[in-house]
Design a protein around this ligand. Structure first.
Ligand code: ADP
Ligand code: ADP
Length: 227
């Protein structure tokens, strides 16, 4: 079971306390939204799980095993950022192939082509594979950057406000798409936002963070009924 268990995570940056005694279980296959205002510690939580930062105290277990001494590459997680982080002058196909061309992975070209075909279908961008990234709309660019995480097929996806740079209509469309993708992959999503609507419409569980502390955890209904 690819549960992610956070226990007693505490992190300071210099004199700023970003996270205090954060304890939470993200169940395998769930869609957990971390909700809270700017500065609440949401991004810090993702960075600790991804291995981009180390906690001062506490532990992170994935599938029952502490991952604190694992490098980011050794953890079965992928991070999707708010910015598109695409190579603008490469095609969609090349952008999606990029994470798979690492020599460490040793993927064959036919395997890469097959994987890109699958991911493009899930994201509904098959017809754009030969377009340059600069020729895409905002929603398409965000799909491709989600695609760059999907090609590696990790069990766990960490998403940092991936829809915040889009307009309201696209955000609404992609909320539905993300729920569908989550169901289709059967993967674990941990999704950070300050947008209550995103939390209420997408989450199986919502964790509310305030000033570095987890102040509530429950289903969207629990949170809605006990604000
Ligand atoms: P959120 O994602 O909820 O907006 P963050 O996790 O980014 O919150 O930040 C939590 C707190 O930690 C904020 O006060 C922020 O300014 C501080 N912080 C985060 N990263 C750093 C850093 N690298 N250096 C200094 N302070 C940081
Ligand atoms: P968010 O948009 O999720 O609130 P932030 O803008 O807080 O994200 O953080 C973006 C990046 O900047 C993160 O890597 C975070 O660790 C870093 N960061 C955040 N606050 C500070 C800060 N006060 N000083 C230095 N780095 C920071």
């Amino acid at each position: 079971m690819a549960d992610v268990v956070l226990s007693g995570l505490t992190k300071s940056y210099g004199t700023t306390r970003a996270l205090t005694d954060m304890t939470m279980t993200i169940e395998d296959g769930s869609f957990v939204v971390l909700l809270g205002p700017t500065g609440a510690g949401k991004t810090t939580t993702l960075r600790l799980i991804a291995g981009l930062d180390r906690p001062d105290q506490g532990d992170i277990r994935i599938e029952g095993r502490s991952v604190l001494s694992d490098t980011p590459a050794q953890r079965d997680v992928a991070m999707v950022f708010q910015q598109y982080s695409l190579y603008p002058h490469l095609t969609v196909r090349e952008n999606l192939a990029f994470p798979l061309r690492s020599p460490v992975l040793n993927w064959s070209e036919p395997d890469i082509a097959r994987k890109i075909g699958e991911v493009a279908e899930v994201l509904r961008i098959s017809h754009k594979l030969d377009n340059k990234a600069t020729q895409l709309s905002g929603g398409e660019m965000q799909r491709v950057s989600i695609g760059r995480a999907l090609v590696r097929s990790p069990r766990i996806y960490l998403m940092d406000e991936p829809l915040s740079s889009l307009d309201a209509k696209l955000r609404a469309d992609l909320r539905i798409e993300l729920k569908r993708i989550h169901a289709e992959l059967g993967a674990t999503f941990l999704y950070v936002t300050h947008d209550q609507i995103e939390a209420m419409t997408m989450a199986s569980h919502v964790g509310v963070l305030d000033q570095g502390r987890l102040v509530q955890f429950g289903t969207p209904r629990d949170i809605y009924e006990n604000p």
